[in-house]
Design a protein around this ligand. Structure first.
Ligand code: ADP
Ligand code: MG
Length: 632
């Protein structure tokens, strides 16, 4: 054969760009509610991208000036209280969400939000109407620009993190934001998973339960993860989307505003410029108090005349924020409980978010979990660092070594008798693909229903239906003749594609099970929990059956032993054994729980012990009787 015919053709452009891509760094990006930043791998360790001043954090704020300039980052943040209508912060609260889900947000955000098509929202700023994706893209672009400057080269690929509770729509919208910013988003990963990766928990232990406590600027999240074989699974996630460092600042601002009102008879809240300055001094004091035991709070102005300065002690601040910190701890207890665990089962605690620098927070977290949390990495950088680790895994081509995402629920199709036939099992690392062959059971059947299901239970009716499609055009054949091969492909983002093909006729069906028909994280959790609950029930039933069998055999043995012992068994012992046996049998037949039944068995064994001894001695003597002394 002509060798050249076998040589695949490849354009040089492709080769050059492939080479460039190989060398190009893939960054990890933490797109936060209050701060965003990027990180990358260097010399086998993740590093955050810093600017000339050494700052890593970019405030997630975008401001539109009167002259038409768009500011992103610190400059924008400086205007958030000064020009609130034209400055967008906390856009992460809006991304991928419909107006109906946003009642609470709408009343708290100062910028104007409009309804848009497909139940989405747009933010109206001056003459612009922007989607949350576009605003997030502006932040991402700034993060990308800084990374390109620091790394001296173009950045086109990234891993972006999202909270564990983000649903499909929110993840998809975040991915779109990346695309708008000119980034090929290789993967969207959970923030708590990223934080655990940054600490190398996947390598160090490879097994265990990790609690990730994340207290940022505007939100609090607690996630309980199970780590097994390098795979993290979110067992429970909980939090308050309106609880964070901003609330601590507000408590200090309230204090100062009250004192200023008393001293100057003036309401700071009515002066945006003063309010902005007050927030800055309050936050600064809070940050200083993480290191020092006292800090100044100062507000000075000529017009209106204000001369306010006071010293705030750490103890004073702790008194002002203690109840908020307590609320986060209550969430922790609930999340651990939701995961079906107790505090003692938590192997590792990881602190995430700038607000976990506060000594009170660290102290209380340690008390509640009963173990010191990981604090070696900067809590506001740890998510980005972990995203960089994941980026490296994805770009380095050694995906096989460590797979981090798993499918939370099994996927399959309905088969004969309403059974759920699972193709992809829960906790299978993704991406993955699985095929199975089926056939028909009706004579001359020309179409089959492909009913795609998700869930852990054995019957289709107990699982969630993801959709039903018909594969038509099968030529009439005898039952059992058609060969139907069904392939499930689950991509890295959890999007399922189903292909069904009748091999003899070549008829084929291809459907993508749209993410919108996927499950919310709460639903996934509920379903998994349900299956675990049932598993427990099943195990309990089985154990009970086993214990009843044991009681049965005890009864038979005892009765035999009693008749064997005959007269040699003292009447009193016989009576107590007989009554003990009745009690035991009764409790085996009752609704007694497993533990009670076990105890009843133990109690009876004690009662019957003298009889056992008696018979044993007899056996021993019988054996000894025929033996010569020398043989003993
Ligand atoms: P995000 O909400 O975007 O995840 P971060 O995790 O970066 O944000 O947390 C930002 C919050 O952390 C802000 O409220 C900031 O004031 C607070 N913060 C940062 N450093 C400190 C510190 N040293 N002490 C107390 N709070 C801090
Ligand atoms: Mg964060």
């Amino acid at each position: 054969m002509d060798a050249s015919a076998q040589t695949p053709l490849i354009s040089e452009d492709v080769l050059v760009s492939a080479a460039r891509r190989l060398k190009e760094v893939v960054v990890g990006i933490d797109l936060g509610t209050t701060f965003s930043l990027a990180a990358y791998m260097e010399g086998g360790r993740p590093q955050v991208v810093r600017d000339e001043k050494g700052d890593a954090l970019v405030p997630s704020v975008v401001s539109f000036t009167e002259s038409g300039k768009v500011l992103v980052g610190w400059e924008a943040r400086a205007r958030s209280l000064l020009d609130p209508q034209n400055t967008i912060y906390s856009v992460k609260r809006l991304i991928g969400r419909g107006r109906d889900d946003l009642q609470r947000e709408l009343s708290l955000l100062p910028y104007a939000i409009e309804n848009a098509e497909r139940k989405l929202v747009r933010i109206r700023i001056r003459e612009n109407r922007l989607t949350p994706q576009e605003v997030s893209a502006m932040i991402l672009k700034e993060v990308k620009r800084r990374a390109e400057r620091a790394l001296e080269g173009p950045i086109t690929r990234a891993v972006i993190t999202v909270p564990a509770y983000f649903d499909d729509a929110q993840r998809q919208a975040t991915r779109d934001a990346g695309r708008i910013a000119g980034l090929d988003v290789l993967r969207i990963i959970n923030e708590p998973t990223a934080a655990s990766l940054a600490y190398g928990l996947d390598q160090k232990k490879n097994k265990g339960i990790v609690a990730v406590y994340d207290l940022g600027g505007g939100t609090f999240d607690i996630s309980v993860l199970r780590l097994a074989g390098g795979v993290f699974q979110v067992l429970s996630t909980l939090g308050d989307t309106f609880l964070g460092g901003d609330d601590f600042d507000r408590r200090l601002m309230d204090l100062a505003a009250r004192e200023i009102r008393e001293k100057h008879g003036l309401d700071v809240l009515e002066h945006p410029r003063l309010l902005q300055a007050l927030r800055d001094t309050a936050e600064k004091a809070k940050i200083i108090l993480s290191k020092e035991t006292s800090a100044p709070m100062v507000l000075q102005s000529e017009d209106p005349p204000i001369d306010y300065a006071r010293t705030l002690t750490r103890t004073e601040m702790e008194g002002r924020i203690g109840d908020l910190v307590q609320r986060t701890l209550d969430f922790c207890c609930t999340a651990v409980h939701d995961a079906g665990l107790t505090m003692g089962r938590i192997d590792e605690v990881v602190l995430v978010g700038g607000s976990t620098r506060i000594p009170l927070v660290r102290r209380r977290v340690e008390e509640v979990f009963g173990r010191p949390p990981h604090t070696d990495l900067n809590p506001d950088e740890v998510v980005a660092l972990g995203a960089a680790v994941q980026a490296q895994i994805l770009s380095g081509g050694f995906q096989d070594m460590m797979v981090l995402d798993v499918t939370p629920l099994s996927l399959g199709i309905e088969t004969f008798g309403g059974a759920m036939s699972k193709l992809i099992l829960r906790n299978t690392p993704i991406p993955c693909r699985k095929s199975e062959s089926f056939t028909t059971f009706v004579e001359g059947q020309t179409s089959v229903d492909i009913h795609v299901l998700q869930g852990e239970r054995e019957m289709a009716r107990d699982c969630r239906s993801l959709g039903k499609w018909k594969l038509r055009g099968i030529p009439p054949m005898a039952a059992g003749m058609p060969r139907l091969s069904v392939t499930f492909t689950l991509d890295a983002n959890g999007v399922l594609t189903v292909n069904a093909r009748e091999e003899r006729s070549g008829q084929e069906l291809n459907v993508e099970v749209a993410p919108s028909s996927g499950l919310t994280p709460e639903e996934v959790e509920r379903l998994v929990k349900e299956s675990i609950d049932h598993a427990r029930e099943d195990v309990r039933t089985r154990q009970k059956v086993e214990l009843r069998n044991e009681v049965d055999s005890i009864r038979r043995h005892t009765e035999r032993a009693l008749s064997q012992a005959g007269e040699r068994c003292p009447a009193e012992l016989r009576r107590s054994i007989e009554s003990g046996l009745r009690t035991l049998t009764a409790s085996a037949e009752s609704d007694a729980d497993l533990h009670e039944l076990e105890q009843a068995i133990d109690r009876f064994n004690e009662i019957s012990l003298p009889l056992a001894r008696l018979l044993m001695d007899e056996v021993a003597q019988a054996t000894l009787k025929d033996k010569k002394l020398s043989e003993i």
